[in-house]
Design a protein around this ligand. Structure first.
Ligand SMILES: [Zn+2]
Length: 375
């Protein structure tokens, strides 16, 4: 991740670079920006720039040993921390067992949110946190000599998940920094941090990206057409992580076909077809079933938005639009909330490992009743 790869935020990047050029590098800095704003990407580009041995005015060189190490996120003087859970049977709560998953997720793309991280480490509904032991471990690592003789950099994602005792340990580290150390905290909700921490770090506010900036950036970064990116970004107010989530939720034609057949079979009370669709549904696996239900929720919402005449907010492909025109009259203020609730309950049940076929049949019975309710 170099500055040129970061979406938007040119002014912040310029300020960070000029700080480095003039030797003003605060030892504790807090990048505070909402999910999908790219605060993590900025912090990573900044760390690379600090470490680069041949940095230019605009960016890291991309060629030096340090840059090469950043390419694979294997720089020995960069330490990562992030929220995690204590693995069953492990004595200490440390991020160490999750470092591999973290590197992989970061290399894939640093525009992600907590949901993606939970999925990446199979945390299900576990509460993630940064433990006291982790804070002590960070203290120990930063106390070691720098491997390459330059900065030792800590990048800590979501410091707001530190518990009070952890935060106090971290505070000590901020107040009495070890030599040649730069701590970069990347937060989504800095207001949840201890005031004592907030007052001792240099705050870098990373605002939400405008939809235009984000769309251009997503086009450059992921090769998505600007129109398509705009459609997603419009719904999620410029949050790149959430827009990417919508993209991965896009199961393409399969989800759409299944949904169309399903709605028809529900409305017609065609139990034979519904049972066979339940098989197709269950075959998709847990993530696939969840994705399909989110898709169903999305379709129901789009129908109601269209019904209320807010056509500019409707976000559907051509095939979906055709179907929605016929389907929308069955969705109205009398059943939409219940429909959404039933789909959400099904989603929760699937996440909680309830049998997919049962969930699907149960939901189908509810949907049948709701679709027949008069508006
Ligand atoms: Zn370099």
């Amino acid at each position: 991740m170099r500055f040129q790869e970061v979406i938007g935020h040119e002014a912040i990047a310029a300020k960070l670079r000029s700080g480095v050029a003039s030797g003003r590098v605060a030892h504790a800095q807090l990048f505070n920006g909402p999910e999908g704003s790219g605060a993590l990407a900025l912090a990573l580009a900044y760390a690379r720039y600090l470490h680069c041995s041949d940095r230019g005015e605009e960016d890291a060189c991309g060629m030096c040993t340090s840059c090469k190490q950043y390419d694979s996120l294997q720089h020995p003087d960069v330490h990562w921390s992030f929220p995690f859970f204590k693995k069953d049977g492990s004595e200490q709560a440390l991020s160490q067992p999750f470092q591999g998953a973290w590197r992989e997720r970061m290399l894939q793309d640093p525009y992600f949110g907590q949901e993606e991280w939970l999925n990446a480490i199979g945390a299900d509904r576990k509460q993630l946190f940064i433990s006291v032991q982790e804070a002590l471990e960070i203290n120990r690592k930063l106390g070691l000599k720098s491997f390459l003789g330059g900065w030792k950099i800590l990048i800590l994602w979501l410091p707001e998940t530190m518990r009070v005792d952890t935060a106090n340990k971290m505070l000590k580290l901020i107040e009495e920094p070890t030599d040649q150390t730069v701590m970069l905290f990347v937060s989504e909700r800095a207001n949840q941090l201890l005031a004592t921490i907030r007052s001792r770090v240099q705050m870098i506010q990373v605002p939400r990206l405008t939809e235009g900036e984000a769309a251009t950036g997503m086009h450059r970064r992921y090769g998505i057409s600007v129109d398509q990116a705009n459609q997603w970004l419009h719904v999620v107010e410029g949050n790149v992580a959430a827009a990417l989530r919508l993209r991965s939720d896009d199961g393409g034609d399969d989800d759409h076909q299944l949904f169309v057949q399903w709605m028809r079979s529900c409305y017609a009370q065609d139990t034979v077809t519904t049972v066979s669709l339940a098989d197709d549904f269950a075959k998709a696996g847990r993530e696939g079933m969840k994705r399909f239900l989110r898709y169903g929720l999305h379709m129901v919402r789009q129908c109601i938005v269209g019904n209320y005449g807010a056509q500019s907010l409707v976000r559907l492909t051509e095939a979906e639009r055709k179907f929605a025109e016929k389907f929308a009259p069955f969705i109205h203020h009398g059943n939409v909330l219940d429909l959404q609730e039933q789909i959400e309950i099904a989603h929760r049940d699937i996440a909680g490992n309830v049998n997919g076929k049962l969930v699907f049949m149960d939901l189908s019975a509810q949907v049948n009743i709701l679709l027949r309710a008069r508006g």
